[in-house]
Design a protein around this ligand. Sequence first.
Ligand code: ASP
Length: 585
Amino acid sequence: MYRTHSNGELRLQDQGKEVKLVGWVQRVRNLGGMTFIDLRDRYGITQLTINEQADAEVKDIVGQLGREFVIQATGAVVERSSKNSKISTGEIEVIISKIAILNAAEVPPFTIEDESDGGEELRAKYRYLDLRRGPLRRAMELRHRMAQEVRCYLDSVIFLEIETPFLIKSTPEGARDFVVPSRMNQGEFYALPQSPQTFKQLLMVAGYDRYFQIVRCFRDEDLRADRQPEFTQIDCEMAFVEREDVLQTFEGLITHLFKSVLNVEFKEAFPRMSYADAMKYYGSDKPDIRFDMRMVELNDVVKGKNFSVFDNAQYIGGICTEGCADYTRKQLDELTEWVKRPQIGATGLVYIRLTAEGIKSSVDKFYIAEELQKLAALFNAKQGDLILILAGAKRKTMEALGSLRIEMGNRLGLRQKNVYAPLWVYDFPLLEWDDETQRFYAMHHPFTSPKPEDMDKFYSKDKEALRQVNANAYDFVLNGVEIGGGSIRIHEAKVQQRMFEVLGLNAEETAYKFGFIIDAFKYGAPPHGGIAFGFDRFCALFGGQESIRDYIAFPKNNAGRDVMLDAPSKIDEAQMKELGIATIG
Ligand code: ASP
């Protein structure tokens, strides 16, 4: 037996026991005649003590130890004189009588402690060493717990976990597919699934009316911050359901995860908001409702006073920031620069301060105090508040104001990590028009059904009518982050066919790419719907971190590379030939 206990296990009541421990040497401290070793494994750290009485052989081996050596040590558990309350084994130490080196280690390229001195790239290259560190280990443990709880809950409400294939047909809609050349069918390619969307729908046709899978998805997208080319979803589908059934079922799952993993309870049902309201009040389809600070549209109140910026704007709106009336000129200038950054894209910022000396604004030339008072009343603003206003093209300005709202929320400390504000957003537009390609794209995906009341518009030839069609789609948003999304699906072949027609596919293309699902719908497809949650992001949020990378054992970097493997990489000529492919350039 290599060990009798783990390094996180021994307590005061184990005093006097003879134990055998294994692990990695985190640190060796030599204090006069005594040597202390911090021995680490997955479960914790135990202090090993080598005192003057130790055998010469033991002392000799200890003298050879370096960081990250793998050792085995035998000794007696004793109470420590100087206790360490920071670690679970901090009340004891083990006085070593025997020690063996199981494997030596080169000096690691960075310190393997909770706070490491290694930069991100270096740690990524030696990910297996980074994974030894406490924060990553805890992230892996959290992820494991989440996965177990997902399975446990969904099993309890009779979902079946069913695996779907990774080598599938390329049908890009939305993101680009990763493709895999086929050796046995030269000149042809598989694609890796962007999600198991069509398979889970086929499982509904097959009669497995509650399906889930914790599944890898692959999307060849330009990597914006914190996206991974492969990521994990909790993918779910149900048959014979309406939106309400889906929302309630998964509210159950989310509530269970919060309770079992974080011990957080929700007293009330999750709030819900239409997409239209989310945009109107928060300038975002994923509002952070941990704080209020709603946007107010001001078009009717401010136009017609000869202030051309407002007169020429499609949309004028503002937010009221509590207690910020004492912002200095410098702070306001800095905020103006902030909204002008290309990512935000506003042209300027108008402010109104409600000070003890009265109302003061950057547009005093155009508006008398009474008019400004009236405007402030729309926000329920009180003395000490600061109103910030943006104006410009409608959608862009609303989004910019939404971003400013988030920024002010950050600055005012209103976005606390341990406060959780779940939200369902529903009734998204079905279609998005793309000027560049002059066609509609499905906002969610082409299997999402239009709302029944919009069916007439869905069959219309008029672009404007089509734009107005709402989808029976919903997102789950947590603290301003979209964690899940789903919809009630189309389950009739002719409606699905119409959808592809709207998306600009002709009958031939539709048959070639999606014939299998349209055919399936002809053989008794039940009404169905589902949802998928971004598992990595869910874990990161539960762990109180912004980046998903720490919650994935072996992630890729921002350029989509695995720097540990140095992948992607070239393959040799023979392999290319066998696959029947060649590269250009
Ligand atoms: N397959 C969808 C996605 O990956 C989720 C769903 O509609 O269930 O976004």
